[in-house]
Structure formats: structure tokens, C-alpha cells
Write a protein that binds this ligand. Structure first.
Ligand code: PLP
Ligand code: COI
Length: 338
């Protein structure tokens, strides 16, 4: 612990003091339990292991100059986890219980919240698992909810530097009417092969197109997508993308700094018209896009030639970070102080 180099953290796992758990049995959630184990004892026929009954969330806590620890938009994550539960028939976790567990996990690991100056944060990972034995394809009767935390640096090692993305038409992460709008493990398993191909070719991530027609832009493997042109923030609307809380926040901040905001289908050809582009998410924050290579069509869309993020990305990034770290007043009620 004494040896953590806060400024050099990557987006990885580090053991902390404890995690928080609760269990759904006989139609009720238990009280929270604190565990210092990093392991689970699971039935070999648990539905999470065979049939993908698993959902997760990702949010962050930030230490301010004032020493206070702030959690960003926790309620939105609680609500999205509810929608994941509806999507794959898991137990509903009350919003208040989600919030209580997150707060407890952060409080008990408060010494792992990176210092303000490091620019790092404490990543909070809630997850829910179907735990009872089913060999037929049926929802579990019992569930486990866990919140663990781990200090993290940037998701893409370049941090707030533009990096390239690839379009690979041979792969989809979610079906047109499938589970793309909820945060379930299966979506990420489905993205691993394409992600690996992209990484090996030097791209940060895949930019997925809509899986039905490949005519519209969907999102990146681990983040939403936005483009900037004519003083407008444009982000895809689709039945197969995750409703990103960061993106929702950026739409507000974009309006605040005088941009127009459009959330609508974005045809692939429109990529040629953007002045700037970015990936956004809790882990990715804003990861500016330097270039998108459409590998099947042999086309490239270039947004940064000098290795620097564009001016709108910079403004949005600074504004978001300022609210998260408490440098700027929280006019939207997004922050919970721990
Ligand atoms: N899209 C996908 C597929 C993600 O996994 C994430 C990360 O949570 C996001 C978008 C960004 O969502 P948020 O801003 O809520 O973290
Ligand atoms: C997040 O941004 O919190 C995520 O869950 C993305 C994940 C793929 C690391």
C-alpha cells in the first residue's frame, strides 16, 4: 500500500481491504456483508457460469483538492443495473441498497482513493450473479451482489491523447434487438475477438456499426462514440448501444458550453464530416479519436494529425473532470460526497 505509485496506475486490478456483498434468497435481499476475500464460493451449475446471468456496472470516486471524496452519478448506475436485471431476468436490486453498498465499499477502502494530484481515481465495480443451480435454461432463484473497488489510471494507456479506432464489419457485439442496451458480461465476451484483432493491428478499440445493416455508427467496445462538427455534439441513437452515463453528462455539458446536441442515427458516411471525434465512458472518460480506419472499405477518417485532441474535446474533458474532482461547482446534482 505504502508503495503505490498513484501517477503510474493503469486500468488494472489491485487488491484493496475489502468488498461488500449481499444475497438474494427466498425473494429478499440480505443485509450487506463485508468480506476480505477476493474469491467466491459458487455452485458448479450456477446460472452465471453457464447461461450468462451476470451484469455489472462501473463508476468512479475522485479525491478533490479539498480532500473530499466524490462519487459521480451513482444513482444512474443503480438504475442501469435495474434495467440489466430486467433484460436478463435477474433479481431487482433496490436503488438504495446499491447506493448503500457503493458507499460502504468506498468508505472502507478510502485509503485507496488516489490523491488529487495524480489524476487517477477509484474505480467501483458492482456486479450481480445468478447463483442457483439450473441445468435447463432458466433464471436463477438466488443472486449475489458484490461491490469491489480498485484504484485506476487511464483505460487506454495514452490517456487523453488521440488514438486510432477500427471498423470491422465481420463482427458484432450485440444483436439489433439483443442485449446491447444493458450491461451484461456476454456483450463483452462477444467483443473479445474483434477487440483482439483491432489491438494487434495497433487500434485502441473497435468502432461497431449497427449489426442489422452496417449503415450506422453504434459505439466502441468499451465506450460510446461522439463526433463534433459545426458547433454540434453528435452521438448515435441505436437499439444496440449502452446508454452511457458519461455521454449523457457530456450532452449536458456540451449545451452549457454553447454547442448544439444531436442524438440520432449517424450514417457511416457522416464520419467523413466530423471535425473531432471521441470515445466516452467511465473508464475511457473522453478518449479522443485520432483516426478511424474502415478496414473493409479501405477508408480512413482523420481527426487529429498533430497528436493533440481537438478544442471541443479539450473543453468537454476539462469541464467533466472539474466537476468530478470538485474543482467546479456541481450544478447538476451529479456528485455524492462520501
Ligand atoms: N458503452 C459500453 C459498451 C460500455 O461498456 C461503457 C462503460 O460502461 C460505456 C459505453 C460507457 O458508459 P458509462 O459512461 O456509463 O460508463
Ligand atoms: C466502464 O467504463 O466503467 C466500463 O465498464 C467499461 C469496461 C469495459 C471497462
Amino acid at each position: 500500500m505504502e508503495n503505490i505509485n498513484w501517477s503510474d496506475l493503469t486500468f488494472g486490478y489491485m487488491k484493496t481491504d475489502c468488498n461488500v456483498r449481499c444475497y438474494y434468497r427466498d425473494g429478499k435481499w440480505s443485509d450487506l456483508e463485508i468480506s476480505d476475500s477476493e474469491y467466491l464460493n459458487l455452485h458448479i451449475a450456477a446460472t452465471c457460469l453457464h447461461y450468462g446471468q451476470e451484469s455489472f456496472e462501473g463508476l468512479k470516486a475522485f479525491k478533490g483538492k479539498d480532500g473530499k471524496v466524490r462519487i459521480f452519478r451513482m444513482r444512474e448506475n443503480a438504475l442501469r443495473m435495474l434495467s440489466s436485471s430486467h433484460g436478463i431476468m435477474m433479481a431487482e436490486l433496490p436503488v438504495e441498497l446499491f447506493e448503500k453498498a457503493v458507499l460502504e465499499a468506498v468508505r472502507r477502502n478510502i485509503r485507496f482513493v488516489p490523491p488529487y494530484e495524480s489524476g487517477a481515481s477509484l474505480y467501483i465495480r458492482p456486479l450481480m450473479l445468478g447463483t442457483s443451480a439450473q441445468v435447463g435454461v432458466n433464471p436463477s432463484k438466488e443472486y449475489t451482489f458484490i461491490v469491489f473497488v480498485t484504484p485506476v489510471g487511464p483505460y487506454f494507456k495514452e490517456g487523453f491523447k488521440p488514438t486510432p479506432y477500427a471498423i470491422l464489419r465481420g463482427y458484432d457485439r450485440a444483436a439489433p434487438q439483443g442485449t446491447g442496451t444493458i450491461k451484461v458480461g456476454g456483450n463483452y465476451a462477444a467483443s473479445l475477438v474483434a477487440g483482439d484483432i483491432a489491438h494487434k493491428k495497433g487500434y485502441s478499440a473497435v468502432l461497431y456499426l449497427d449489426s442489422k445493416e452496417k449503415k450506422f455508427v453504434d459505439e466502441c467496445g468499451p465506450a460510446n462514440f461522439f463526433g463534433i462538427k459545426n458547433n454540434t455534439y453528435i452521438t448515435p441513437e441505436s437499439h444496440s448501444i449502452l446508454p452511457s452515463i458519461t455521454n449523457k453528462s457530456l450532452m449536458e455539458l456540451a449545451k452549457e458550453i454553447g454547442l448544439k446536441v444531436e442524438r440520432r442515427p449517424v450514417p457511416v458516411e457522416e464520419l467523413a464530416t466530423f471535425e473531432e471525434a471521441g470515445a466516452c465512458g467511465t473508464a475511457a472518460v473522453i478518449s479522443p479519436v485520432s483516426r478511424i480506419d474502415d478496414l473493409d472499405e479501405n477508408k480512413s477518417y482523420v481527426y487529429s494529425k498533430d497528436g493533440q485532441p481537438g478544442p471541443v474535446c479539450v473543453k468537454l474533458y476539462n469541464k467533466l473532470r472539474a466537476i468530478q474532482y470538485g474543482d467546479e461547482e456541481d450544478r447538476y446534482g451529479w456528485i455524492t460526497i462520501v
